[in-house]
Design a protein around this ligand. Structure first.
Ligand SMILES: [Zn+2]
Length: 405
C-alpha cells in the first residue's frame, strides 16, 4: 500500500489515519508535536478500531485540527527564525544562556543570593551587586522586552500587565517630593521618560511641570506603546539613538533591573542630556539585602536581571560622569501592601507573603546631575558593608551555562 503520510516536524502520521485528502504541507521548520505523536500511537485497541469509517472520520477531523494549529506555530517559528532571534524548535527550544562577570566590577565569584523560575541570582563577592547568572543572552533579552514575555524553566513570564491609575498617583507624589524646585520654577523643562510603560509618568509630568514643558516617553514593549498612543500620549517604541534633541531630565523608573549593562546604557543617555542635565532613577535596593528572603516580592526572573544597592547605584552613576544630588528611601512592606497581597491571593495571583514593617527593602529614588567630567573606567572595588560573604562559587564559567531548579 502506498504511504501518503503527513509530516509534522519530522513526525509521521500514517496515511490510513490521515485520510486520502490531506496532502503533506510544505514545511521547512522543525516543530515539536506531542499531540501528533499521540495520534500516531499504535496501541492495540486503537489499531483494531481505526479502520472503521466512523473512527476514520474522527481521525481526519483531529488531524485537521492539529494541522491548522501546527501550521500557525510553524509560520510563527519561520517568521521568528527569519527575524534572526530564534534558535532551535518550538516547545523544546533551549533558552540561550550566557554566563557573565559582575556587570558592575567585573568580579567572577559570588554566593547564591536567590533563585526563581529556573534562574539564580549571584551576590558578587567583590562589590555585593546581585545579578542573574547565567542569564538569557542579549538577543533573547531584547526580544522578551519587546513582546513582554520571558521564557523560563517553567511557564512563560508575562509582564505586559495593565495601565495603572494607582501607579500614576504614586508617580505624581514622587515627582513632587523629588523635584519641588523644577515644579515651582516657571522655566519649561524638556523631560524624557525611558521605559515609559503605558505612559503613566508622562501623563503626570504633562500635568505638573511648568507650562511650555515638553515631555516624551520611550518604551520597548509594543503593546504598552499602542495603549499609550491610543490615549494621545507621546510614547514611542524608539531606540535611544533615534531621539532628537537634548533633555533637562531623563527618568528611569523601575528600569535599572531590566538593563543588562547599565554602564553602557548610561553612556548612551549622556549625549541626550543638556550640559547640566539630570537623571532620575528609581529602583529597589535588592543589592543591599543579604538574601532573597528579605525581598518583599517575587523576583520576576529573568525579567529582572540586576538588583543594586544604594552604593552600587552611586558607583554606576559616578563612574559614568554623574554626581548624586539626593537620595530618597521609601519602604514598601506597609500594612497597605499587606492588604493588597491578601486581595491578590484571594484573586488567585502569585504573591510572596511577608510580614509588614520587617523588611530592610526600600524603593530608592536618586536624583543625579552630569558633572561635565568624562566617565571613569569601571574597576573592581569593594563597597564597605555590602561585600559578599567571600569566596563562594565561581560565577563566570562559559562551559556550563544551565538553568537551576
Ligand atoms: Zn561585582
Amino acid at each position: 500500500m502506498a504511504r501518503r503520510s503527513l509530516v509534522f516536524g519530522g513526525v509521521w502520521i500514517p496515511s490510513r489515519l490521515a485520510g486520502p485528502n490531506l496532502a503533506a504541507p510544505p514545511l521547512s521548520a522543525r516543530t515539536d508535536a506531542p499531540i501528533a505523536r499521540a495520534v500516531t500511537a499504535t496501541a492495540p485497541g486503537l489499531r483494531a478500531a481505526r479502520d472503521s469509517p466512523r473512527t476514520r472520520h474522527i481521525g481526519v477531523a483531529i488531524v485537521h485540527l492539529i494541522r491548522g494549529s501546527l501550521r500557525d506555530d510553524l509560520e510563527r517559528t519561520a517568521r521568528e527564525f527569519k527575524n534572526g532571534w530564534w534558535e532551535g524548535s518550538l516547545g523544546d527550544a533551549p533558552i540561550r544562556l550566557e554566563t557573565i562577570e559582575c556587570p558592575l566590577c567585573g568580579g567572577v565569584c559570588g554566593d547564591q543570593w536567590g533563585a526563581e523560575n529556573g534562574f539564580r541570582c549571584i551576590k558578587c563577592s567583590d562589590c555585593g551587586l546581585v545579578y542573574v547568572n547565567p542569564r538569557p543572552d542579549l538577543a533573547e533579552i531584547s526580544h522578551a522586552n519587546e513582546v513582554g514575555e520571558h521564557r523560563t524553566a517553567g511557564e512563560v513570564l508575562h509582564v505586559v500587565y495593565k495601565r495603572s491609575r494607582r501607579k500614576a498617583l504614586r508617580y505624581a507624589a514622587t515627582i513632587r517630593a523629588v523635584f519641588p524646585d523644577l515644579i515651582a520654577a516657571s522655566t519649561p523643562v524638556r523631560w524624557l521618560d525611558v521605559g515609559a510603560g503605558f505612559g503613566e509618568l508622562v501623563e503626570v509630568l504633562q500635568e505638573i511641570l511648568p507650562a511650555g514643558s515638553q515631555v516624551m516617553g520611550i518604551e520597548p514593549m509594543a503593546p504598552k506603546v499602542v495603549d499609550a498612543q491610543a490615549r494621545g500620549l507621546p510614547v514611542f517604541q524608539t531606540d535611544l539613538s533615534q531621539i532628537p534633541g537634548r533633555f533637562d531630565v531623563i527618568s528611569l523608573v523601575n528600569v535599572f533591573s531590566h538593563i543588562p549593562d547599565f554602564h553602557d546604557f548610561l553612556g548612551r543617555l549622556r549625549p541626550l542630556l543638556t550640559d547640566r542635565g539630570e537623571l532620575f532613577v528609581e529602583t529597589g535596593n535588592g543589592g543591599d539585602l543579604a538574601s532573597m528572603e528579605d525581598y518583599p516580592d517575587l523576583l520576576y526572573l529573568p525579567d529582572h536581571l540586576v538588583f543594586a544597592g544604594e552604593s552600587h547605584l552611586r558607583d554606576y552613576l559616578e563612574q559614568s560622569g554623574f554626581a548624586v544630588q539626593s537620595t530618597t528611601r521609601i519602604r514598601v512592606d506597609t500594612a497597605v501592601q499587606f492588604g493588597k497581597n491578601v486581595l491578590k491571593a484571594a484573586l488567585g495571583q502569585r504573591i510572596k507573603w511577608t510580614m509588614p514593617y520587617r523588611s530592610p527593602f526600600r524603593r530608592v529614588l536618586v536624583r543625579a546631575r552630569l558633572t561635565g567630567q568624562p566617565p571613569r573606567p569601571r574597576g573592581r572595588r569593594a563597597s564597605a558593608g555590602v561585600v559578599g560573604r567571600g569566596g563562594g562559587i565561581r560565577t563566570h564559567d562559559p562551559q556550563s551555562p544551565r538553568l537551576v531548579r
